[in-house]
Design a protein around this ligand. Sequence first.
Ligand code: FAD
Ligand code: MLT
Ligand code: ZN
Length: 499
Amino acid sequence: MDKTAILQALRAIVGDAHVLTEGDLTAYEQDWRKRERGHALAVVRPATTPEVAAVVKCCAAAGVSIVPQGGNTGMVVGSTPDASGTQVVLSLQRLNRLRVVDGANLTVTVEAGCILQTLQEACEAQGFLFPLSLAAEGSCTIGGNLATNAGGTQVVRYGNTRELCLGLEVVTAQGEIWDGLTGLRKDNTGYDLRHLFIGSEGTLGIITAATMKLYPMPATQLTALAAVPSLDAAVQLLGLAHKHLNAGLTGFEVMGDFALGLVRKHFPQQKVPFGGEAAAAPGRPKQGTAPTGGSEPHAVGSVGAPYCVVLENSDHESEDHARKQFERLLEAALEQGCVLDAVVAENIAQARALWHIRESIPLAQAQEGLNIKHDISIAVSKIPAFVQEADAALQAAFPGVRLVNYGHLGDGNLHYNVQAPADADAEVFLTTQEGPINTLVYALVDQYRGSISAEHGIGSLKRDKLAHHKSPVALAAMRAIKTALDPHNTLNPNRVLPA
Ligand code: FAD
Ligand code: MLT
Ligand code: ZN
């Protein structure tokens, strides 16, 4: 089939208005981090599962490969087309209906293109918590979250997207529809296909809908920010938080001082506590104190403690109970010297402001310039030693590099990122140093038996690294699965595994 015939066939399925070939297609063709710009044959926007199936059948018959796309917020260049102009971007954005909330079963069934925040809000309106939460929630989709097995800030309590999913509806590479939307919590009838598609980054099938777990809304969600004297102290604080808050501990995020400094620099309107002053002397936590700021607006790297931690306590009893728990936790932590100072949000607005500081780090880092991301996981107990070793090795080998260290310490996932030296051309630095820096960091990650991709996936950016960091046995099994489910390599070719 020639190009005109393919476009005609696609238009017949989804309508002329939903086959985009002209105008500014940057939003579909460029990745969020601006690492690569591709060129699509067309962007196709089906609105129903049968339309998705028909598009896949049409592309498969024509030998056209498909790049599934949700909100295009992925971090590893997995959702944009290559530069060939021959791939179809299959956007799921119009397939966005909330199908059903089953309160008694504590589940919601939702279509893949539903924006995560829309889903959270719709569930909350019916009195339920859908706990997946990440800074991109205003634009990422539940289908993208499933396809990448996204983590986010609540994993310490609720797990990754995988743990929240009870069933999927998938369009296969052949254009068949698999309806696995059972909502069952127990089902041992052979291989669990759902888990093959979750985290497969659009390479095995197109997720069109999912049945996800819901939780009762807690009575209160209290947030605190603690300044800690070291990463060791942050890990010690995590142990205390588990002990004092138990299942109430729903968030435990760490932020290095340089990462916080970037937020000060690029978002000076945000009030970042503990900044611009000497490390706060140990004392009573400032219970009920609002984020105070007090920093020089452009004082990168000048916060008073090397690390800060955001903690969240979700309580099903009362706010008073949650505050008392926090008080006891922070007092114990001060006594043990693992917290220097702390603020506890007084109200929702203050809690949001504290979370907003944490969630602004990726944006602040993007504004600072192109950068190298390492989304790694290591056993929590070994993280301080890893960071000490990696910091020293990087500074010795690449003097002046700026380390942007933050992440989901509660589940052992660090965003151990590297920014070019302040006086370097970021683009040149990336071209010449990204390879050697990745090699150094990932070799150390291997030594610590960690993972080179904790939550962002592999996409194209990490595809060639995978071969060096995954066992040959695992790689062979992955290849066999890909060949079995997508023998003609129609779905997101050259992502995760080399084509
Ligand atoms: P896309 O970027 O469109 O696609 C991602 C991958 O999934 C691609 O390979 C694509 O082909 C595939 N895909 C998309 N939809 C489907 C579908 N329906 N069926 C099959 N394949 C599909 N990630 C985290 O894990 N944790 C975080 O805390 C986090 N924070 C972020 C903060 C910011 C500011 C940003 C920009 C990103 C963040 N991310 C985070 C990364 C990103 O948001 C997640 O990976 C998210 O799950 C991607 O969803 P999306 O809809 O944008 O998917
Ligand atoms: C985060 O935790 O903020 C995200 O995973 C995004 C990032 O690492 O930049
Ligand atoms: Zn993250």
